[in-house]
Design a protein around this ligand. Structure first.
Ligand SMILES: Cc1cc2nc3c(=O)[nH]c(=O)nc-3n(C[C@H](O)[C@H](O)[C@H](O)COP(=O)(O)O)c2cc1C
Length: 159
């Protein structure tokens, strides 16, 4: 098998967007983490997936709510990406969010996103040290004129 450090370097070269995946916990409080492993899976039905580390503190909220929201960050939101990639318990302090129509979705960070997709959890597949969360996209929107943020080789870029 490839050396883990080399694997990281290879995969970090592949450019991605940056998503803040959110869900409401059993205490109704917002939870979330930064993910780059997010992509479309199927058009009909509309499916998308995210890969989340088994140690994530956001996972129990996703399981409890039966869904999540993928907030595709707008360019220039590095600080938010770093904050959501921390293990702090008060990650949402000072962050503007609203509830989706679906009671299974997570907080929508409209002011910081170029687009968002509200998902109901369809399938959870175990894959190594991560879970693959496959969601049915039930709601979503994109903001014309707002560029997404790009992540590659640990650097953040605008389009
Ligand atoms: C740009 C970026 C991309 C990341 N991508 C992922 C990812 O795809 N999956 C994942 O589980 N963690 C990813 N992380 C790490 C998580 O954001 C980090 O482990 C976070 O602390 C988890 O928070 P939680 O335990 O509160 O859920 C990424 C971090 C950054 C900065």
């Amino acid at each position: 098998m490839i050396d883990p450090q080399r694997f990281r370097e290879v995969m970090a070269t592949f450019p991605s967007g940056v998503v803040v995946l959110t869900a409401f916990g059993d205490d109704s409080l917002p939870r979330g983490l930064t993910v780059s492993a997010f992509c479309a899976v199927s058009l009909k039905p509309s499916l998308a997936l995210a890969c989340v580390d088994k140690t994530s503190n956001t996972l129990p909220a996703v399981q409890h709510a039966g869904g999540f929201t993928a907030n595709i960050l707008a360019a220039g939101r590095e600080q938010l990406a770093r904050q959501m990639a921390s293990k702090l318990t008060d990650k949402f302090d000072g962050i503007k969010w609203r509830r989706p129509e679906s009671d299974r979705g997570g907080p929508i960070l409209e002011a910081d996103s170029a687009a968002y997709a509200v998902c109901t959890l369809k399938e959870t597949i175990e894959a190594g040290d991560h879970w693959i969360l496959i969601g049915t996209v039930v709601e979503g929107a994109h903001t014309e004129g707002v560029s997404p943020m790009i992540f590659s080789r640990r650097g953040y870029f605008g389009l």
